[in-house]
Design a protein around this ligand. Structure first.
Ligand code: SIN
Ligand code: CO
Length: 424
């Protein structure tokens, strides 16, 4: 069957666990993740030739590799009702939002268009694997993997992002220009944010397998040089302090429901007759101050569970569906003995000390040791390998009653092996 393909699709390898963060990586141009974080992360760009060496090696051997996802498969994904895509035309600038029918996407040889597919990691296993290479950066910073596919001349114009981004060239060539300019004013009346002035100071043509890392606010423009040029952008978002504190405060306010002492009502047997009935009584202020002190609002530890819970929430458009015929808790434990459990591509996890939040909910509070251990493995590895005979005691605990792991499986947040693709 292989002879039908013009070239072989690249199969991204699953990285080792744990990630070797102290040794040099080809992906980072021969420096370690530790050095990358010290020298470049959130500071300065890095161009890496041959970040994925397989592309140059295959080319030298006369058997060039193609992107793991073909342009036509990307067009199919952009037609999926749950996908988030944009079609951008550059002469003149036009933008449309998906989902798109196959017909509405130009052929790859047509000039001056780009299709952007957001959240490709939730749509295709190869994109998810590429994303997993970057888990030397805290999950909390990760946004998604976006894929652009373009005709010659296609691009989104010169712009700045507030994201750290790794731009991996997966098919065809792209001409990148970057600028250190301070003038970030935009052209008026356009459907996308394009810099009014763009004065590039450096430029490179990226070949398949090359990668460019850009910290936020570096002006850049990438123009496709070939039909079907593909760039995979691994984007890292930072929430604003306002967003984090507001979300933490909302959840903290909700958590007061669980404090029975606050059900008590204000008591004022000592209230004297007042000639200022319109004024908030000083006694009320005094009592509130006492309660407020008890809440320890000035301690970050009070706020962190709410913030961690918020940061583990799935994206707003995420959709989960329960298994058609869920296993009983007992059969679920039997399954875990022999087979692995995976995260649904939209499921998010966040650890705060010993507590693990999944999709906004605390999964470890009040759970058995067995369930806590499983959540720990899931949080670290994003997969739970088969527990085997040696963990029979733990499996018995999981089988004994409903628990957060079983509930998460019943909610479709955790998937049995082979169910990933089905749910994409
Ligand atoms: C692209 O892939 O065309 C655009 C990515 C970016 O500039 O952030
Ligand atoms: Co950009």
């Amino acid at each position: 069957m292989k002879s039908f393909y013009l070239s072989t699709p690249y199969e991204p390898p699953t990285p080792p666990y744990p990630l070797p963060i102290k040794v040099p990586w080809a992906l980072l141009g021969g420096i370690s993740p530790q050095q990358f974080m010290q020298q470049h992360w959130h500071k300065k760009p890095l161009l890496v030739r041959g970040a994925i060496p397989a592309f140059a090696l295959a080319k030298a051997a006369g058997e060039p590799l193609e992107s793991p996802i073909s342009a036509s498969d990307l067009a199919v994904l952009a037609g999926h009702p749950d996908s988030e895509s944009r079609l951008i035309q550059s002469k003149p600038w036009k933008m449309a939002r998906g989902p798109f029918s196959r017909k509405s996407i130009p052929s790859i040889s047509q000039a001056n268009w780009t299709l952007l597919l957001q959240g490709a990691d939730t749509l295709h296993p190869a994109a998810k694997t590429v994303l997993s290479w970057f888990r030397f950066i805290p999950d909390v910073r990760l946004d998604d993997l976006m894929i652009s596919v373009a005709g010659p001349g296609g691009g989104v114009g010169p712009h700045v992002d507030s994201y750290d981004v790794f731009l991996i060239q997966m098919s065809g060539r792209r001409h990148w220009k970057i600028s250190t300019q301070d003038d970030l004013s935009l052209k008026p009346n356009l459907p996308l944010k394009i810099l009014a002035q763009f004065e590039p100071s450096q430029d490179w043509v990226l070949e398949p397998g090359d990668m460019l890392y850009l910290p936020p606010h570096v002006a850049h423009e990438g123009i496709s040089l070939d039909a079907g040029c593909q760039t995979w952008s691994v984007g890292f978002r930072a929430a604003s302090y306002r967003e984090l504190l507001q979300e933490g405060l909302w959840r903290l306010a909700e958590s007061l429901d669980a404090l029975p002492t606050l059900d008590r009502r204000y008591q004022d047997p000592q209230q004297t007759a007042t000639d200022q009935p319109d004024t908030l009584p000083p006694e009320l202020v005094k009592q509130l101050r006492t309660h407020l002190k008890g809440l320890k609002l000035d301690s970050i530890d009070t706020m962190l569970p709410g913030i961690a819970s918020y940061l583990s929430e799935p994206k707003p458009h995420a959709f989960f569906s329960s298994p058609d015929r869920p296993l009983s808790a007992k059969a679920f434990a039997q399954y875990l003995k022999q087979s692995p459990l995976h995260l649904h591509p939209h499921t998010r996890l966040m650890r705060l000390n010993e507590t693990i939040f999944c999709n906004g909910e605390n999964q470890t509070e009040g759970e058995t040791l067995a369930v806590k251990l499983c959540w720990n493995v899931l949080s670290e590895r994003h997969t739970l390998p088969p527990l085997g005979e040696e963990n029979s005691a733990y499996l018995a605990e999981i089988a004994a009653s409903n628990n957060s792991l079983y509930d998460a499986y019943c909610s479709g947040w955790l998937l049995m092996a082979g169910k990933n693709e089905e749910s994409l």
